[in-house]
Structures are given as structure tokens and as C-alpha cells.
Design a protein around this ligand. Sequence first.
Ligand code: HEC
Length: 199
Amino acid sequence: MTHLRILLLALSGALVTASAPLVLHGTFRDAPPPAHTGGFGEPTCHACHVGSDLNDARGALDITVPDYYTPGASYGIRVRLKHPEMMAGGFQLSIRDASGAQAGRFVMDTASTGVTTLNGIAYVHHRRVSASTNTDSIVWTFDWIAPDRAGSVTIHSAANAANDDASPLGDFVYAESAVVNGRAHGTPVSVPGTIKRPH
Ligand code: HEC
């Protein structure tokens, strides 16, 4: 473990001095660049991570969201990425109203996810601590506080099941979306629905 850490430090030192773009690597592992959900005209992680077509059939990106939301209520959202060849993985997710404006807000309940905001849109994403795996799936959970008003919101998520080779090659990218309608009144739905690939 100590040796590995020293080796990694030596390697990252070498990368920092080697070339400027490589310095960004650590950043990408901790947080993907925002606005890559595949929604509202955004690209997906495919903009950089290549190696297969979108939504490779051997894996899946499952997003568990409420069937409906009650304005102001809090909901647990679960993102599960699965691929037999995955050694590292990450995701990014946004929730916007029909006009593309931010809908509600995110609350992180663990250190495994973070939020990066760009142009008023909050992008929740993996953090470095949750990007590695020695099984074929990674699960991320966080809370979403629904907007104060009823209306329909759209969830967009893109994810990358990577081979952990510190390069954007040989990776499997997934993209999903789901619509959740807000109820002005009524009982909060406690049984979440699961959206599965394909749309
Ligand atoms: C602008 C280019 C770019 C985009 C867009 C991008 N990445 Fe990356 N990402 C990289 C580079 C370069 C690396 C390799 C360096 C590293 O490991 O940090 C990387 C590494 C990773 C890693 C570490 C695993 C590995 O193979 O090294 C994960 C996980 C990851 N990206 C997830 C994502 C997700 C999820 C998205 C989309 C929401 C995304 N990335 C979009 C450039 C990008």
C-alpha cells in the first residue's frame, strides 16, 4: 500500500511536469466536466471517452427516481452503473424544468457524490472516492429536494464505465433520461420507479 502510494505520487509528479493536459486528469477523475448529461443539447461523456457505441448492451445505467414529486419534498435518487469490464466508473446528472432551468436542489448525503454548478444548472456527479470498483457495478445515492411548484422535470444522466487506464480510451458510455411530474397536492409516492435502458 505504501509502495503503491509512493509510486502514484511519483507518477503524478511526472505527469504534472510532463504536459499541461495531463494535469487535468486528476480533476476529471474527481469530477467530470459539467454540462455533459446528454440533455438540452449537451454532449455526453462520449465527447472524450470513446471505445464503444452509446449504451453497450452488456451493461446498464439505471436511475431510480420517484414516480411523482410533491413540491418541496425530499427524494432519494439512486444511480447504478453496471458493466462486466468496468474497473472505474462515474456519472453526471441534472434535473431541469421544461424550459431548461434548474429544478429543485441536490443534497449530498455521502462523500461519494458532489455538485458542480454551471450557468445556474447543478450537475451532481461522482467523486474520486467512489470512482473505483472491483465488482461490475457502482451505486451512487443522493437526495433531491423537489421544486416549490408542480410541473414536469426531466432528469438527464450520462455515465462512463471505464477500464481505469488513466486515458479516455476503451470506455463504455451510457445516457438516460426520465420525466417526473409534480403534483400540486396529494400523497407523496414512496415507491420509486426504475428507469432502464433503452428509453
Ligand atoms: C473533456 C474531456 C472529458 C469529458 C467530457 C469527460 N471526461 Fe472523464 N476523463 C477524461 C480524461 C482525460 C480522463 C483520464 C484521466 C483520469 O483518469 O483522470 C478521464 C477519466 C475519467 C474517469 C476515471 C477512469 C479512467 O478511465 O481513467 C472517470 C470515472 C470519468 N472520466 C468519468 C467521466 C464521466 C462520467 C463523464 C461524463 C459525464 C466524463 N468523464 C466526461 C476526460 C473527459
